[in-house]
Design a protein around this ligand. Structure first.
Ligand code: NAD
Ligand code: AKB
Length: 317
């Protein structure tokens, strides 16, 4: 068994709920410390250590790292796009300070490896929106996107100046059944399943033709673990890697959901999240992730919807 001890910060969220269980399967339950400002799902709380942590409290972070002899940190705590637009100051402070607290722990030699997720939100309206390349124009126009772009610069800086082993992925919108999403622009693609199963209808807050890059959680978790397990010399990009799963619009996912629930009806009423979605790419080129560390997605829209339906139907029975 691997001797590392991992700390996950933001373990109660959409990614943390799945990632914690996957990391516990690899490192052993006792070697994966979940932490968050709020308590986590029962399976996370009951299978291994959990520490209450406000990541803005740097002294408490050091205390937890010392107590558990942590060697790796997965930093997931953040305000996502829609929530950050409503609270600019908290979005910027939380997304930036959390990262500097963790990178500084690595700089003083207390931890060996850092994982920090970026997002397709690093791109903006002037970015080529189809098959968006790794290196391109990046002028994000949301607080969240600006914080992710600044975070990428800091990750690369700490790698180059201090040799910190920091790794990152620009996740697309993530779809999962274990935990609800936490305030993003792509959340409609999770809500749709719950509402379809509960009431047979859903009102999308994005318009029918708004195509965005998306990924099913098992692919996102596998990408994260493969990136983190890859030999350091293979990781040639220390800002953040483009990765792609599938791309679809609300009307395309609605048609797929209808195959499982024939009476399902979707209506559309755009809100302020439409402008955020319109500033993001429609599809992502992930050739460099494929080349450098052999990334390859598995799920497309149909297989993802099939799996979501199977799992959520059990929950709603
Ligand atoms: P989430 O909102 O579901 O979870 C974030 C967690 O952070 C929550 O459990 C929250 O309680 C916790 N948190 C908030 N403030 C905290 C604080 N001060 N101290 C400690 N914990 C705090 O988010 P997620 O979807 O799991 O995203 C995790 C990371 O992945 C974020 O950096 C996000 O930007 C990134 N990401 C997510 C997606 C996606 O579609 N889910 C896509 C791209 C990037
Ligand atoms: C959001 O919509 O904010 C996230 C993301 C793509 O970063 N899902």
């Amino acid at each position: 068994m691997n001797k590392d001890t991992v700390l996950i910060i933001g373990a109660s969220g959409q990614i943390g709920t799945d990632l914690t269980m996957n990391l516990r399967a690899i490192y052993g339950d006792a070697h994966v410390v979940a932490s968050d400002i709020k308590s986590a799902a029962p399976e996370v709380m009951e299978t291994g250590p959990f520490e209450q942590l406000d990541i803005m409290d740097e002294a408490r972070l050091h205390e937890i790292v010392d107590k558990h002899k942590v060697t790796q940190i997965y930093l997931l705590a953040a305000l996502l796009s829609a929530t950050a637009e409503k609270n600019i100051e908290l979005g910027w402070n939380l997304n930036m300070r959390s990262l500097s607290h963790v990178l500084d722990l690595a700089r003083v030699g207390k931890i060996k490896k850092v994982y920090w997720p970026s997002s397709i939100a690093v791109f903006g309206p002037s970015t080529p929106s189809i098959n968006t390349p790794q290196y391109t124009v990046m002028e994000p126009n949301t607080v969240y996107g600006i914080s992710k772009q600044a975070g990428e610069r800091w990750c690369e800086y700490y790698n180059q100046k201090f040799g910190i082993d920091v790794r990152s992925i620009r996740y697309p919108g993530l779809i999962s059944w274990k935990a609800q999403p936490g305030g993003g622009t792509t959340d409609y693609a999770v809500h749709i399943f719950h509402e379809a199963l509960k009431s047979g209808k859903y009102e999308s807050f994005l318009s029918e033709k708004t195509t965005l890059p998306m990924m099913y959680m098992p692919d996102a978790i596998r990408a994260t673990l493969e990136l983190m397990e890859a030999p350091a010399e293979k990781i040639k990009i220390r800002s953040s890697y483009n990765v792609a799963g599938t791309s679809f619009s609300p009307e395309e996912i609605a048609a797929e959901v209808k195959k499982h629930i024939p009476h399902f009806e979707m209506t559309y009423k755009s809100d302020e999240r439409q402008a955020i979605a319109d500033s993001w790419p429609q599809s992502i080129n992930d050739n460099l992730a494929r080349e450098h560390w052999d990334w390859k997605h598995e799920y497309d829209l149909a297989t993802m919807v099939e799996d979501m339906m199977q799992n959520l139907k059990k929950q709603y029975k």
